[in-house]
Design a protein around this ligand. Structure first.
Ligand code: FE
Length: 148
């Protein structure tokens, strides 16, 4: 009986080790909404006063994905979607991205949000939204993609 317990303890230790591999929780998916347009130009900013930055990572390994494409689109200060508030970036060698924009006003009963997509070879395209809170001037938002 004692041996069985010891064996069970050993199995639990081994199982814990197996699940202790580095892994990042995938970024939750969120609605694309009606205003996405493909092909946004690369830019550093779509407004002033609110900074968004983060790292694109692979959920399987937690490793950054250099060169991943990040897109964002959001309402302008008047609460309207326009082409001046669509942008794209290529993640740097560390998987990092970052841009400045205006704080997105709430519209149509929805809380403030910035729509985002991330694309990387071998990974499912991520479509999500960032929800800044009033008074915030910067946000860190990692984009964690799952393998295809
Ligand atoms: Fe929206």
């Amino acid at each position: 009986m004692i041996r069985a317990a010891a064996l069970m303890a050993l199995i639990l230790v081994v199982a814990a080790g197996a699940t202790a591999q580095p892994r990042c929780a995938p970024t939750p998916r969120d609605a694309e909404g009606p205003f996405y347009k493909a092909g946004a130009p690369r830019r550093e900013a779509t407004g002033r006063g609110f900074l968004v930055s983060g790292v694109v990572r692979s959920a399987a390994t937690c490793q950054p994905i250099p060169g991943a494409r990040v897109e964002w689109w959001q309402a302008n200060p008047q609460g309207v979607y326009d082409d001046a508030h669509r942008g794209a970036q290529q993640a740097d060698a560390s998987g990092g991205y970052g841009f400045e924009t205006n704080f997105p006003p709430p519209y149509a009963g929805r809380p403030s949000h910035i729509h985002m997509k991330a694309f990387a070879p071998g990974h499912r395209t991520l479509t999500t939204q960032l929800y800044p809170t009033a008074g915030q001037s910067r946000a860190t938002f990692d984009l964690v993609l799952v393998k295809e």
